[in-house]
Write a protein that binds this ligand. Structure first.
Ligand SMILES: Cc1cc2nc3c(=O)[nH]c(=O)nc-3n(C[C@H](O)[C@H](O)[C@H](O)COP(=O)(O)O)c2cc1C
Length: 222
């Protein structure tokens, strides 16, 4: 099936050895990515954030609807407002909302309701998913596969931040609705991920957790 407007594909076929080297080296690099929860105040240039966000926004999306908005925040007052609201929600979460199973799953990570990184990290990127859009006549346009599309875009964002030499924390305060008001986003947009971005604090540590081996995460039929 062809659509009326087709353009030549920009694609380079790599020699097999180069392909293998690149795949292995990207795997090794991404294998060093860790979720960081202790951030330095060291600033990060906006241009770097722009590039990483635009890599995220190049993600495939259902029907090419690109149902995302990335709210990029370095303003201290806004970060503080987000920290206070998130900590209030998290105190409720850890106080009575979280199930025993959920608390047990979180235990190895040592997370709690204090979120100083929301203020110390130079950038917060709030990823909103657009549940529906506006048509030319202002009517609602249904968006397809929003969580899948936003999840893929967020994956690209995390990878590009890591590739640029930055640390990130994928944060999901529960619930996240307060972010609409603080970020000034409309009702059709749902906050899905609060990405904390910057350099790790000196001496930052991460939980000693492992990743499943190839055999546990894949099934092959060759
Ligand atoms: C959808 C999602 C939500 C997450 N939410 C939080 C969170 O709210 N707080 C937190 O400290 N880490 C959060 N994380 C980070 C995970 O705990 C972390 O990715 C996991 O423990 C593996 O560690 P690693 O990223 O260092 O490999 C989240 C990760 C994902 C993918």
């Amino acid at each position: 099936m062809t659509s009326p407007n087709e353009i030549p594909l920009d694609f380079t076929t790599l020699p097999a050895d180069e392909m293998a080297t690149r795949a292995a080296s990207f795997r090794a690099s991404m294998g060093r990515r860790r979720t960081v929860r202790q951030f330095s105040r060291r600033p990060v240039p906006r241009a770097v954030i722009e590039d990483c966000v635009m890599t995220a926004a190049s993600a495939p999306s259902g029907a090419n609807q690109q149902p995302w908005t990335f709210v990029c925040i370095s303003d201290l007052a806004t970060k503080r407002e987000i920290r206070l609201a998130a900590e209030e929600e998290e105190r409720r979460f850890y106080g009575d909302r979280a199930s025993a199973e959920w608390l047990e799953a979180l235990a190895p990570l040592g997370t709690d309701a204090d979120k100083p990184f929301l203020e110390t990290a130079p950038w917060l990127i709030v990823v909103f998913g657009q549940r529906y859009g506006a048509g030319p006549d202002g009517g609602r346009v249904k968006h397809y596969y929003v969580p899948e599309s936003v999840g893929i875009a967020t994956g690209l964002l995390i990878a590009s931040l890591h590739h640029a030499g930055l640390a990130s924390l994928t944060h999901t305060p529960s619930p996240m609705g307060f972010l609409n008001a603080i970020c000034g986003r409309p009702e059709n947009e749902k906050p899905m991920i609060l990405m904390v971005v910057g350099y790790p604090a000196d001496g930052a540590t991460v939980p000693a957790i492992g990743r499943k081996p190839l055999g546990d995460v894949t099934v092959w039929r060759e």
